[in-house]
Design a protein around this ligand. Sequence first.
Ligand SMILES: [Zn+2]
Length: 458
Amino acid sequence: MMNKLSLAALALLIFAFASQAQKHEKNLRTIFDEALTNGQSYPMLEYLSLNIGHRLSGSPSAAAAVEYTRQQMEQLGFDKVFLQEVMVPHWVRGQKEIGRIVNAKTFGTKDVNVIALGNSVGTGPNGLLAEVIEVQSLDELEKLGKKNIEGKIVFFNRPMDPKHIHTGHAYGGAGDQRVKGPSEAAKYGAVGAINRSLTLALNDVPHTGSLIYEEGIPQIPAVAISTIGADYLSKTLKANKGLKFYLETHCEMLPDVLSYNVIGELTGSELPNEYIVVSGHLDSWDVGDGSHDDGAGCVQAIEAVRIFKATGIRPKRTLRAVMFMNEENGLRGGKEYARVAKEKGEKHVAALESDSGGFTPRGFGINASQEAISRIQSWSSLLAPFDLRKIVKGYGGADINPMEDQGVVLIGLMPDSQRYFDYHHTADDTFDKVNKRELELGAAAMAALIYLIDQEGI
Ligand SMILES: [Zn+2]
Protein backbone atom coordinates (compact mmCIF):
# COMPACT_ATOMS: atom_id res chain seq x y z
CA MET A 1 0.00 0.00 0.00
CA MET A 2 2.76 2.41 1.06
CA ASN A 3 4.72 1.52 -2.05
CA LYS A 4 1.79 2.16 -4.29
CA LEU A 5 1.16 5.53 -2.66
CA SER A 6 4.73 6.73 -2.87
CA LEU A 7 4.90 5.53 -6.47
CA ALA A 8 1.80 7.55 -7.26
CA ALA A 9 3.29 10.57 -5.52
CA LEU A 10 6.50 10.15 -7.46
CA ALA A 11 4.60 9.89 -10.75
CA LEU A 12 2.68 13.02 -9.87
CA LEU A 13 5.90 14.84 -9.07
CA ILE A 14 7.48 13.79 -12.36
CA PHE A 15 4.36 14.87 -14.21
CA ALA A 16 4.37 18.25 -12.45
CA PHE A 17 8.07 18.70 -13.19
CA ALA A 18 7.61 17.82 -16.86
CA SER A 19 4.65 20.13 -17.33
CA GLN A 20 6.56 22.92 -15.55
CA ALA A 21 9.48 22.40 -17.94
CA GLN A 22 7.08 22.51 -20.87
CA LYS A 23 5.61 25.76 -19.63
CA HIS A 24 9.10 27.26 -19.33
CA GLU A 25 10.06 26.07 -22.81
CA LYS A 26 6.99 27.73 -24.24
CA ASN A 27 7.51 30.99 -22.36
CA LEU A 28 11.19 31.21 -23.29
CA ARG A 29 10.23 30.74 -26.92
CA THR A 30 7.65 33.52 -26.54
CA ILE A 31 10.28 35.82 -25.01
CA PHE A 32 12.71 35.29 -27.89
CA ASP A 33 9.96 35.61 -30.50
CA GLU A 34 8.91 38.96 -29.05
CA ALA A 35 12.50 40.28 -28.96
CA LEU A 36 13.21 39.17 -32.52
CA THR A 37 9.97 40.19 -34.19
CA ASN A 38 8.84 43.22 -32.20
CA GLY A 39 12.02 44.22 -30.38
CA GLN A 40 12.41 47.77 -29.12
CA SER A 41 16.05 47.66 -27.99
CA TYR A 42 17.48 48.75 -31.35
CA PRO A 43 15.31 51.85 -31.90
CA MET A 44 15.85 52.84 -28.26
CA LEU A 45 19.61 52.55 -28.73
CA GLU A 46 19.40 54.50 -31.96
CA TYR A 47 17.73 57.38 -30.12
CA LEU A 48 20.10 57.26 -27.17
CA SER A 49 23.18 57.13 -29.42
CA LEU A 50 22.25 59.43 -32.28
CA ASN A 51 19.97 61.98 -30.62
CA ILE A 52 21.63 62.20 -27.20
CA GLY A 53 25.11 60.89 -27.88
CA HIS A 54 27.89 60.38 -25.37
CA ARG A 55 26.89 61.11 -21.79
CA LEU A 56 29.65 61.45 -19.28
CA SER A 57 28.50 61.91 -15.68
CA GLY A 58 27.56 65.48 -14.90
CA SER A 59 27.16 66.49 -18.55
CA PRO A 60 23.94 67.92 -20.03
CA SER A 61 23.66 64.83 -22.26
CA ALA A 62 23.78 62.55 -19.20
CA ALA A 63 20.83 64.52 -17.83
CA ALA A 64 19.06 64.12 -21.18
CA ALA A 65 19.67 60.35 -21.07
CA VAL A 66 18.11 60.22 -17.60
CA GLU A 67 15.02 61.99 -18.88
CA TYR A 68 14.81 59.91 -22.07
CA THR A 69 14.98 56.53 -20.31
CA ARG A 70 12.54 57.69 -17.62
CA GLN A 71 10.02 58.77 -20.26
CA GLN A 72 10.63 55.64 -22.28
CA MET A 73 9.78 53.34 -19.38
CA GLU A 74 6.71 55.41 -18.58
CA GLN A 75 5.51 55.24 -22.18
CA LEU A 76 6.02 51.49 -22.16
CA GLY A 77 3.59 51.32 -19.26
CA PHE A 78 5.88 50.07 -16.50
CA ASP A 79 4.06 50.00 -13.16
CA LYS A 80 6.41 52.41 -11.43
CA VAL A 81 9.18 54.61 -12.79
CA PHE A 82 11.33 56.78 -10.55
CA LEU A 83 14.66 58.53 -10.20
CA GLN A 84 17.12 57.87 -7.42
CA GLU A 85 19.28 60.87 -6.56
CA VAL A 86 23.04 60.52 -6.57
CA MET A 87 25.85 63.09 -6.53
CA VAL A 88 28.34 62.37 -9.29
CA PRO A 89 31.81 63.65 -10.19
CA HIS A 90 31.94 66.17 -13.01
CA TRP A 91 35.13 65.76 -14.97
CA VAL A 92 35.59 67.64 -18.23
CA ARG A 93 38.13 67.01 -20.96
CA GLY A 94 38.37 70.56 -22.33
CA GLN A 95 40.30 71.29 -25.51
CA LYS A 96 41.77 68.42 -27.53
CA GLU A 97 44.95 66.91 -26.15
CA ILE A 98 48.38 67.25 -27.76
CA GLY A 99 50.96 64.45 -27.64
CA ARG A 100 54.26 65.22 -29.36
CA ILE A 101 57.49 63.27 -29.56
CA VAL A 102 60.50 65.59 -29.55
CA ASN A 103 63.68 64.07 -30.98
CA ALA A 104 66.63 64.78 -28.69
CA LYS A 105 69.19 64.89 -31.53
CA THR A 106 67.40 66.68 -34.34
CA PHE A 107 64.70 68.49 -32.31
CA GLY A 108 62.30 67.26 -34.99
CA THR A 109 58.79 66.52 -33.71
CA LYS A 110 56.07 64.03 -34.47
CA ASP A 111 52.52 64.23 -33.13
CA VAL A 112 50.89 61.05 -31.88
CA ASN A 113 47.27 60.37 -30.94
CA VAL A 114 46.64 60.62 -27.22
CA ILE A 115 43.54 61.02 -25.05
CA ALA A 116 43.47 62.15 -21.43
CA LEU A 117 42.52 59.47 -18.92
CA GLY A 118 39.29 60.13 -17.06
CA ASN A 119 39.71 61.91 -13.70
CA SER A 120 43.17 63.12 -14.75
CA VAL A 121 44.38 66.59 -13.93
CA GLY A 122 45.42 68.64 -16.97
CA THR A 123 48.82 70.03 -17.83
CA GLY A 124 47.28 73.44 -18.43
CA PRO A 125 48.00 75.62 -21.47
CA ASN A 126 51.76 75.59 -20.93
CA GLY A 127 51.93 71.83 -21.37
CA LEU A 128 54.57 69.55 -20.02
CA LEU A 129 57.88 68.63 -21.68
CA ALA A 130 59.96 65.86 -20.17
CA GLU A 131 62.06 62.80 -20.92
CA VAL A 132 60.28 59.48 -21.18
CA ILE A 133 61.02 56.20 -19.44
CA GLU A 134 59.27 53.04 -20.63
CA VAL A 135 58.16 50.31 -18.23
CA GLN A 136 56.17 47.10 -18.60
CA SER A 137 54.79 46.83 -15.10
CA LEU A 138 54.19 48.63 -11.84
CA ASP A 139 56.84 46.42 -10.18
CA GLU A 140 59.44 47.76 -12.55
CA LEU A 141 59.01 51.22 -11.03
CA GLU A 142 60.41 50.05 -7.72
CA LYS A 143 63.45 48.50 -9.40
CA LEU A 144 64.14 51.67 -11.38
CA GLY A 145 63.67 53.85 -8.31
CA LYS A 146 63.58 57.59 -7.91
CA LYS A 147 66.96 58.19 -9.56
CA ASN A 148 65.70 56.89 -12.91
CA ILE A 149 62.12 58.18 -12.74
CA GLU A 150 62.15 61.59 -11.09
CA GLY A 151 61.23 64.45 -13.44
CA LYS A 152 60.25 62.07 -16.25
CA ILE A 153 57.08 60.88 -17.92
CA VAL A 154 56.51 57.18 -17.29
CA PHE A 155 55.33 55.26 -20.37
CA PHE A 156 53.41 52.11 -19.38
CA ASN A 157 53.60 49.86 -22.42
CA ARG A 158 52.60 46.33 -21.37
CA PRO A 159 50.09 45.13 -23.98
CA MET A 160 46.95 43.15 -23.28
CA ASP A 161 47.82 39.45 -23.45
CA PRO A 162 46.38 38.06 -26.72
CA LYS A 163 46.53 34.46 -25.44
CA HIS A 164 43.35 34.88 -23.40
CA ILE A 165 40.29 33.58 -25.22
CA HIS A 166 37.99 35.92 -23.31
CA THR A 167 39.33 39.42 -23.98
CA GLY A 168 37.96 40.67 -20.66
CA HIS A 169 40.70 38.67 -18.94
CA ALA A 170 43.35 40.34 -21.09
CA TYR A 171 41.85 43.74 -20.18
CA GLY A 172 41.88 42.85 -16.50
CA GLY A 173 45.49 41.75 -16.78
CA ALA A 174 46.72 45.08 -18.16
CA GLY A 175 44.34 47.54 -16.48
CA ASP A 176 46.46 48.17 -13.38
CA GLN A 177 48.77 50.38 -15.48
CA ARG A 178 45.91 52.75 -16.30
CA VAL A 179 44.05 52.73 -12.99
CA LYS A 180 46.99 52.82 -10.57
CA GLY A 181 49.96 53.60 -12.82
CA PRO A 182 49.92 57.40 -12.57
CA SER A 183 49.95 57.46 -8.76
CA GLU A 184 52.52 54.66 -8.57
CA ALA A 185 54.79 56.58 -10.95
CA ALA A 186 54.26 59.81 -9.00
CA LYS A 187 55.59 58.09 -5.87
CA TYR A 188 58.99 58.03 -7.59
CA GLY A 189 58.77 61.63 -8.77
CA ALA A 190 57.30 61.13 -12.26
CA VAL A 191 55.69 64.26 -13.71
CA GLY A 192 53.34 62.58 -16.19
CA ALA A 193 52.11 59.20 -17.42
CA ILE A 194 51.45 57.77 -20.87
CA ASN A 195 49.54 54.49 -21.09
CA ARG A 196 49.40 52.09 -23.98
CA SER A 197 45.72 51.91 -24.94
CA LEU A 198 43.89 48.89 -23.53
CA THR A 199 43.00 47.07 -26.71
CA LEU A 200 44.17 44.10 -28.74
CA ALA A 201 43.71 46.07 -31.95
CA LEU A 202 46.66 47.76 -33.62
CA ASN A 203 45.33 51.11 -34.82
CA ASP A 204 45.62 54.82 -34.24
CA VAL A 205 42.62 55.36 -31.96
CA PRO A 206 43.46 55.98 -28.29
CA HIS A 207 41.28 54.48 -25.52
CA THR A 208 40.36 56.53 -22.48
CA GLY A 209 39.18 55.12 -19.14
CA SER A 210 39.49 56.18 -15.56
CA LEU A 211 42.51 56.41 -13.35
CA ILE A 212 42.30 56.54 -9.57
CA TYR A 213 44.66 58.89 -7.79
CA GLU A 214 45.97 57.65 -4.48
CA GLU A 215 45.40 60.05 -1.62
CA GLY A 216 48.45 61.93 -0.44
CA ILE A 217 50.38 61.35 -3.69
CA PRO A 218 50.95 64.23 -6.13
CA GLN A 219 48.42 64.10 -8.98
CA ILE A 220 50.18 63.98 -12.35
CA PRO A 221 48.58 64.32 -15.81
CA ALA A 222 47.98 61.04 -17.60
CA VAL A 223 46.97 60.09 -21.14
CA ALA A 224 46.48 56.97 -23.20
CA ILE A 225 48.31 56.66 -26.50
CA SER A 226 47.04 54.63 -29.48
CA THR A 227 48.68 51.23 -29.95
CA ILE A 228 50.36 52.37 -33.18
CA GLY A 229 51.61 55.43 -31.31
CA ALA A 230 52.83 53.25 -28.43
CA ASP A 231 54.80 50.98 -30.75
CA TYR A 232 56.28 54.01 -32.49
CA LEU A 233 57.22 55.71 -29.22
CA SER A 234 58.83 52.52 -27.90
CA LYS A 235 60.85 52.01 -31.09
CA THR A 236 61.93 55.66 -31.25
CA LEU A 237 62.90 55.63 -27.58
CA LYS A 238 65.28 52.73 -28.16
CA ALA A 239 67.05 54.58 -30.98
CA ASN A 240 66.97 57.98 -29.36
CA LYS A 241 67.54 57.68 -25.64
CA GLY A 242 67.07 61.27 -24.53
CA LEU A 243 63.88 61.98 -26.46
CA LYS A 244 61.31 64.15 -24.84
CA PHE A 245 57.56 64.14 -24.94
CA TYR A 246 55.34 67.21 -25.00
CA LEU A 247 51.97 66.71 -23.41
CA GLU A 248 49.18 69.24 -23.31
CA THR A 249 45.83 68.46 -21.73
CA HIS A 250 43.09 70.78 -20.54
CA CYS A 251 40.99 68.45 -18.42
CA GLU A 252 39.80 69.25 -14.92
CA MET A 253 37.55 68.01 -12.15
CA LEU A 254 34.67 70.35 -11.34
CA PRO A 255 32.43 70.19 -8.24
CA ASP A 256 30.04 67.22 -7.94
CA VAL A 257 26.68 67.42 -9.72
CA LEU A 258 23.27 66.00 -8.81
CA SER A 259 22.30 63.13 -11.11
CA TYR A 260 20.16 60.01 -10.97
CA ASN A 261 19.83 56.28 -11.33
CA VAL A 262 16.72 55.62 -13.43
CA ILE A 263 14.51 52.78 -12.23
CA GLY A 264 11.45 51.18 -13.82
CA GLU A 265 9.44 48.37 -12.28
CA LEU A 266 6.96 45.69 -13.15
CA THR A 267 5.30 44.72 -9.89
CA GLY A 268 5.39 41.07 -8.86
CA SER A 269 2.06 39.25 -8.63
CA GLU A 270 2.96 36.97 -5.69
CA LEU A 271 6.11 38.29 -4.05
CA PRO A 272 6.12 42.03 -4.83
CA ASN A 273 8.64 42.75 -2.09
CA GLU A 274 11.28 40.56 -3.69
CA TYR A 275 13.30 42.26 -6.42
CA ILE A 276 15.13 41.05 -9.48
CA VAL A 277 17.32 43.72 -11.06
CA VAL A 278 18.19 43.81 -14.75
CA SER A 279 20.58 46.61 -15.59
CA GLY A 280 23.17 48.58 -17.50
CA HIS A 281 24.93 51.91 -16.91
CA LEU A 282 23.62 55.07 -18.47
CA ASP A 283 26.79 57.16 -18.40
CA SER A 284 29.48 56.72 -21.03
CA TRP A 285 32.83 58.25 -21.91
CA ASP A 286 32.81 61.58 -23.69
CA VAL A 287 33.96 60.24 -27.07
CA GLY A 288 31.97 58.17 -29.57
CA ASP A 289 28.38 57.73 -28.44
CA GLY A 290 28.75 54.91 -25.94
CA SER A 291 26.59 52.50 -27.94
CA HIS A 292 28.33 49.32 -26.82
CA ASP A 293 29.49 50.76 -23.47
CA ASP A 294 26.88 50.80 -22.20
CA GLY A 295 23.94 52.12 -24.17
CA ALA A 296 23.39 48.52 -25.23
CA GLY A 297 23.07 47.30 -21.63
CA CYS A 298 20.56 50.03 -20.77
CA VAL A 299 18.21 49.40 -23.66
CA GLN A 300 18.50 45.63 -23.15
CA ALA A 301 17.48 46.06 -19.52
CA ILE A 302 14.43 48.14 -20.47
CA GLU A 303 13.63 45.66 -23.25
CA ALA A 304 13.90 42.66 -20.92
CA VAL A 305 11.19 44.10 -18.68
CA ARG A 306 9.13 45.33 -21.65
CA ILE A 307 9.03 41.77 -23.02
CA PHE A 308 7.22 40.56 -19.90
CA LYS A 309 4.66 43.33 -20.26
CA ALA A 310 4.19 42.79 -24.00
CA THR A 311 3.84 39.01 -23.82
CA GLY A 312 1.65 38.98 -20.72
CA ILE A 313 4.07 36.79 -18.80
CA ARG A 314 3.32 37.94 -15.29
CA PRO A 315 6.35 37.91 -12.95
CA LYS A 316 5.85 36.63 -9.39
CA ARG A 317 8.54 38.95 -8.09
CA THR A 318 9.08 42.61 -8.89
CA LEU A 319 11.32 43.17 -11.90
CA ARG A 320 13.41 46.31 -11.88
CA ALA A 321 15.19 47.76 -14.88
CA VAL A 322 17.98 49.93 -13.47
CA MET A 323 20.04 52.45 -15.44
CA PHE A 324 22.99 53.12 -13.17
CA MET A 325 24.74 56.48 -13.35
CA ASN A 326 28.51 57.05 -13.18
CA GLU A 327 29.97 53.59 -13.69
CA GLU A 328 32.85 54.94 -15.74
CA ASN A 329 34.49 57.40 -13.42
CA GLY A 330 33.18 56.89 -9.92
CA LEU A 331 30.61 54.10 -9.57
CA ARG A 332 28.51 56.42 -7.44
CA GLY A 333 25.21 55.14 -8.88
CA GLY A 334 25.93 51.49 -8.12
CA LYS A 335 27.11 52.31 -4.62
CA GLU A 336 24.08 54.49 -3.90
CA TYR A 337 21.66 51.88 -5.20
CA ALA A 338 23.17 49.24 -2.89
CA ARG A 339 23.17 51.65 0.05
CA VAL A 340 19.48 52.51 -0.39
CA ALA A 341 18.51 48.85 -0.90
CA LYS A 342 20.23 47.97 2.36
CA GLU A 343 18.78 50.94 4.24
CA LYS A 344 15.24 50.11 3.11
CA GLY A 345 15.75 46.41 3.73
CA GLU A 346 14.68 45.60 0.15
CA LYS A 347 15.11 41.94 -0.55
CA HIS A 348 17.04 41.57 -3.77
CA VAL A 349 17.02 38.02 -5.06
CA ALA A 350 19.32 38.54 -8.03
CA ALA A 351 20.85 41.29 -10.13
CA LEU A 352 21.84 40.92 -13.76
CA GLU A 353 23.95 43.47 -15.62
CA SER A 354 24.85 43.80 -19.29
CA ASP A 355 28.07 45.79 -19.56
CA SER A 356 30.26 43.89 -22.00
CA GLY A 357 28.89 45.23 -25.27
CA GLY A 358 25.86 44.47 -27.42
CA PHE A 359 27.37 41.41 -29.10
CA THR A 360 26.01 37.87 -29.55
CA PRO A 361 25.16 36.50 -26.10
CA ARG A 362 27.01 33.32 -25.14
CA GLY A 363 25.75 32.89 -21.58
CA PHE A 364 26.22 34.23 -18.10
CA GLY A 365 28.98 34.72 -15.55
CA ILE A 366 27.75 34.29 -12.00
CA ASN A 367 29.13 35.64 -8.76
CA ALA A 368 27.28 33.67 -6.09
CA SER A 369 27.43 30.54 -3.94
CA GLN A 370 28.15 27.24 -5.68
CA GLU A 371 24.60 26.25 -4.82
CA ALA A 372 23.16 29.22 -6.73
CA ILE A 373 25.48 28.61 -9.66
CA SER A 374 24.45 24.94 -9.80
CA ARG A 375 20.81 25.92 -9.73
CA ILE A 376 21.23 28.21 -12.74
CA GLN A 377 23.28 25.49 -14.47
CA SER A 378 20.37 23.08 -13.93
CA TRP A 379 18.39 25.22 -16.40
CA SER A 380 20.99 24.79 -19.12
CA SER A 381 18.78 22.50 -21.23
CA LEU A 382 16.18 25.29 -21.34
CA LEU A 383 18.76 27.92 -22.36
CA ALA A 384 20.83 25.85 -24.80
CA PRO A 385 18.31 26.09 -27.69
CA PHE A 386 19.06 29.83 -27.71
CA ASP A 387 22.83 29.21 -27.84
CA LEU A 388 23.24 30.30 -24.22
CA ARG A 389 25.72 27.57 -23.36
CA LYS A 390 28.15 29.27 -21.06
CA ILE A 391 26.91 29.26 -17.50
CA VAL A 392 29.98 29.71 -15.35
CA LYS A 393 31.31 31.18 -12.15
CA GLY A 394 32.33 34.73 -12.98
CA TYR A 395 31.82 38.42 -12.41
CA GLY A 396 28.42 40.09 -12.24
CA GLY A 397 29.18 43.71 -13.08
CA ALA A 398 30.69 46.85 -11.61
CA ASP A 399 27.36 48.52 -10.79
CA ILE A 400 25.72 45.53 -9.12
CA ASN A 401 28.87 44.44 -7.30
CA PRO A 402 28.23 46.78 -4.31
CA MET A 403 25.25 44.50 -3.45
CA GLU A 404 27.59 41.53 -2.99
CA ASP A 405 27.56 41.76 0.80
CA GLN A 406 23.74 41.62 0.82
CA GLY A 407 23.89 38.07 -0.50
CA VAL A 408 22.40 38.98 -3.88
CA VAL A 409 23.11 36.55 -6.72
CA LEU A 410 25.12 38.71 -9.14
CA ILE A 411 25.11 37.84 -12.82
CA GLY A 412 26.79 39.33 -15.87
CA LEU A 413 25.53 38.78 -19.39
CA MET A 414 28.45 37.30 -21.35
CA PRO A 415 28.40 38.35 -24.98
CA ASP A 416 31.07 37.31 -27.42
CA SER A 417 34.11 39.36 -26.38
CA GLN A 418 36.34 39.39 -29.46
CA ARG A 419 35.47 42.85 -30.82
CA TYR A 420 34.53 44.68 -27.62
CA PHE A 421 37.96 46.15 -26.95
CA ASP A 422 38.24 47.38 -30.54
CA TYR A 423 35.68 50.04 -29.59
CA HIS A 424 35.71 50.26 -25.79
CA HIS A 425 36.16 53.85 -24.48
CA THR A 426 36.95 55.29 -27.91
CA ALA A 427 35.56 57.60 -30.57
CA ASP A 428 34.78 54.38 -32.49
CA ASP A 429 32.14 53.19 -29.99
CA THR A 430 29.22 54.27 -32.15
CA PHE A 431 25.76 53.02 -33.09
CA ASP A 432 26.83 51.61 -36.48
CA LYS A 433 29.02 49.07 -34.62
CA VAL A 434 25.96 47.44 -33.02
CA ASN A 435 24.22 44.63 -34.84
CA LYS A 436 20.44 44.68 -34.41
CA ARG A 437 19.98 40.92 -34.00
CA GLU A 438 22.90 40.53 -31.63
CA LEU A 439 21.50 43.33 -29.45
CA GLU A 440 18.02 41.74 -29.49
CA LEU A 441 19.35 38.30 -28.65
CA GLY A 442 21.15 39.80 -25.65
CA ALA A 443 17.97 41.45 -24.40
CA ALA A 444 16.04 38.18 -24.85
CA ALA A 445 18.78 36.26 -23.02
CA MET A 446 18.43 38.62 -20.07
CA ALA A 447 14.64 38.31 -20.07
CA ALA A 448 14.94 34.52 -20.29
CA LEU A 449 17.23 34.26 -17.29
CA ILE A 450 15.25 36.60 -15.06
CA TYR A 451 12.13 34.68 -16.10
CA LEU A 452 13.64 31.42 -14.81
CA ILE A 453 14.95 33.04 -11.63
CA ASP A 454 11.53 34.59 -11.02
CA GLN A 455 9.61 31.35 -11.64
CA GLU A 456 11.94 28.91 -9.97
CA GLY A 457 13.50 31.07 -7.25
CA ILE A 458 17.15 30.89 -6.39
ZN1 LIG B 1 30.72 49.93 -19.19
